[in-house]
Design a protein around this ligand. Structure first.
Ligand SMILES: *Cc1c(COP(=O)(O)O)cnc(C)c1O
Length: 395
């Protein structure tokens, strides 16, 4: 089943790619909990270490369960190569440390996951890699920010929490002209809804912690792209040397989650669209941000670039923090937690949690108001989600 052709649809690939049965002919993917692998002889050990003979050596380099995850995700994204990482953040770290050197420059979306901003600003900067942050939606701002030293353009779409849409094809053209790579964090859509490589991106980043795993159990991540970039270009080399690789147990949990990815993304999107429409009609709600709503400023681009709107909806209450906190404190079923992509609905007040460490000024610039809430709409009955939100909205 490993050498499955491209003729299969995503739903089929998600169930069958990456399966290499052991001598026991197990039906479900085997979990290889082992740190190292045994050689038949001194000569074989030497051949493995010198790359003369392919095969597993040590699980910091490769592990069969992790390889299965890599093959399956590569098939879903339509990528030549995939390397798994211990988390989404270590995927971004591996991408930058593997490809960049001191003096290089990054142009990045202003609307990035908070830890990604910290990684670029506080850590990469110490190694003399500078980042210019620009609007997620203004392509000309990206062009203007490019310098001779620019090597990487980095963005996520839809963005967190305001669901801004970046035009992948347009930014891929900017990257090509600049002689830089375009990396897209595809966490919010997953390959079930959006495949950035088809729009010209060079690299796809995943936090597998979110929708790929889908049930909030383990952390994981991945970097995908052309083989010469991912495997030979330094990303895999960084990982096997520095060590933030994916554990086989986590790979196995995520593999099982990926079997239902498409079904879940369809239902997350259906539920989210219904919640977004319902929120738009609530008197206490000033604004709803959801790419599947015709009121979204980039509705057309979103409709072209992604299959459906996805599971994340943000909305602004008219009466600021007090009204927002009342909704949060009134829920009985929805979880108050910062994770997303879980089968269970989760609710966050970004201004005081995920974006709480950012200065008020930068928060305002990013549009993270005190009245903003983000709901990652889960797989519960949509009627029950509405009822839980309504308690705090109407009181
Ligand atoms: C969660 C998240 C990350 C980081 O992933 P971890 O697995 O938590 O390290 C990166 N990008 C986006 C968009 C995320 O939502």
């Amino acid at each position: 089943m490993s050498g499955m052709s491209d003729d299969f649809e995503l739903e089929t690939l998600a169930l069958h790619t990456g399966i290499h049965r052991s001598q026991f002919n197990e039906h479900s993917e085997a979990l290889f909990l082992t740190s190292s692998f045994v050689f038949d002889s001194a000569a074989q050990a030497a051949a493995r270490f010198s790359d003369a003979e392919p095969g597993n050596i040590y699980s910091r380099f490769t592990n069969p369960t992790v390889t299965a995850f890599q093959e399956r995700l590569a098939a879903l994204e339509g990528a030549e190569a995939c390397v798994a990482t211990s988390s989404g953040m270590s995927a971004i770290l591996a991408c930058t440390m593997g490809l960049l050197r001191a003096g290089d420059h990054i142009v990045a979306s202003r609307s990035l996951f908070g830890a990604t901003v910290s990684l670029f600003n506080n850590i990469l900067k110490r190694f003399n890699i500078e980042t210019t942050f620009v609007s997620a939606t203004d392509v000309s701002a990206w062009e203007a920010a490019v310098r001779p030293a620019t090597r990487l353009l980095f963005m996520e779409t839809p963005s967190n929490p305001l669901t801004e849409i970046s035009d992948i094809a347009a930014l891929a053209a900017v990257a090509r002209k600049a002689g830089a790579w375009l990396a897209v964090d595809n966490c919010f859509c997953s390959p079930a809804l959006q495949r950035p490589l088809e729009w010209g991106a060079d690299l796809v980043i995943h936090s597998a912690t979110k929708y790929l795993e889908g049930q909030g159990r383990v952390l994981g991540g991945a970097v995908l792209g052309k083989r010469d970039l991912v495997m030979d270009g330094g990303i895999f080399g960084f990982l096997r040397t520095a060590g933030p690789t994916l554990s086989p147990f986590n790979a196995w949990v995520i593999l099982k989650g990926m079997e239902t990815l498409n079904l879940r993304m369809e239902r997350h999107s259906e539920n989210a669209l219904e919640i977004a429409r319902w929120l738009e009609a609530q008197p206490g709600v000033a604004k709803v941000h959801y790419p599947g709503l015709p009121s979204h400023p980039q509705y057309e681009l979103a409709s072209r670039q992604q299959k459906t709107g996805g599971g994340i909806v943000s909305f602004e209450l008219k009466n600021g923090r007090e009204a927002a906190w009342r909704v949060v404190d009134s829920v009985r079923m929805i979880s108050i937690t910062a994770n997303l992509g879980d089968a269970k609905s989760t609710l966050t007040h970004p201004a005081t949690t995920t974006h709480g460490r950012i200065s008020q000024e930068n928060r305002d610039a990013a549009g993270i108001t005190e009245g903003l809430l983000r709901i990652a709409v889960g797989l519960e009955a949509v009627k029950d989600i509405k009822a839980d939100l309504a308690r705090g909205l109407t009181r």
